[in-house]
Design a protein around this ligand. Structure first.
Ligand SMILES: C[S@@+](CC[C@H](N)C(=O)[O-])C[C@H]1O[C@@H](n2cnc3c(N)ncnc32)[C@H](O)[C@@H]1O
Length: 281
């Protein structure tokens, strides 16, 4: 029989205070941990073989998730708290009953080995966009994501919007100058640098389907308001666009990314996705 952990009833409990500090990037840096919220992200964590450093759950969640608890690796500290305390520890208004802390060191680091499909994002601000982009990038077979400044990829909102993809994909955040240098090096190593620009962009662009996406590629996408830094656009070998009605100036960056990133697998296989689910025979 599994013994139940002692119930934490106060938000002033030091453990709860430590979890709350994970809402901020300074707290995450200090503790070297990130905060994941909800049953789905716990399932993804376990599926990827990552070991939480703490699991905090309400008694109702613990009672209803016996099978998932059995899948926890040995030695994961399990603490229980009231619904009110869990709400205070979470960043969401309606947490589903469980939170976990994960060591940041366990996340995939950009490999030393050369990647031949890279997504580079210039100053992406919106955590929802960034999380959605990471999810699409993983689905499309992107091997590394390079972020030039912008939103912190380890903040809870990005992790939730990525639906766990942020735990599986090597993501590196660089300063703007370092991103420029990284892309220049990648270009010398043989990657084509492809800048995604809006249809009316100065200097024009080819429709994205005319590009050979099967070549080693780094796709560059720009900030939600300002678009791509002109220096990055100049550095690129190719400019592509998704033609659309002039009734709008541009697409949402994550919507644009879905078409562009998945075009690579469409060209390679004539259908979406090397690792995509195939219908059962
Ligand atoms: C919301 S848009 C930025 C709009 C900005 N005013 C501009 O001029 O680029 C954010 C990013 O999404 C990508 N994007 C949006 N619409 C696109 C389209 N129709 N074709 C290609 N990329 C697009 C580009 O990388 C762009 O920098």
């Amino acid at each position: 029989m599994t013994s139940e952990p002692e119930l934490i009833r106060s938000v002033r409990n030091p453990l709860i205070q430590a979890v709350r500090r994970l809402h901020r990037s300074s707290g995450r840096r200090e503790q070297g941990r990130i905060l994941l919220e909800g049953t789905h992200l716990l399932q993804e964590t376990l599926r990827l073989g990552l070991k939480p450093e703490l699991l905090l759950a309400t008694p109702a969640w613990l009672e209803g998730h016996g099978a998932l608890r059995q899948r926890l690796p040995p030695g994961v500290p399990l603490r229980s708290c009231t619904e009110e305390v869990l709400r205070a520890a979470a960043t969401t208004l309606h947490p589903d009953g469980v939170l976990l802390a994960l060591p940041a060191a366990g996340l995939p680091a950009p490999a030393e080995a050369r990647a031949d499909f890279v997504l580079a994002l210039d100053r992406l601000q919106d955590p929802g966009n960034l999380g959605t982009l990471l999810r699409t990038a993983l689905a499309a077979g992107v091997q590394q994501v390079w972020l030039g400044d912008g939103a912190d990829p380890l903040q809870p909102k990005v992790l939730r919007a990525s639906s766990g993809a942020a735990l599986a994909l090597p993501v590196e955040r660089l300063e703007a100058a370092a991103l420029h240098a990284r892309l220049a090096t990648a270009r010398s190593a043989g990657l084509q640098l492809v800048a995604a620009v809006v249809p009316e962009a100065e200097g024009g662009a080819r429709p994205y389907w005319e590009l050979d996406w099967r070549r080693p590629t780094a796709l560059l996408l720009g900030n939600e308001g300002a678009g791509l830094d002109p220096e990055l656009t100049r550095l690129a070998d190719r400019r592509v666009t998704i033609p659309h009605s002039p009734a709008v100036e541009s697409l949402n960056v994550a919507a644009a990314a879905a078409l562009l990133l998945l075009e690579r697998s469409r060209q390679a296989h004539g259908r979406p996705g090397p690792a995509l689910h195939r219908p059962a025979p």
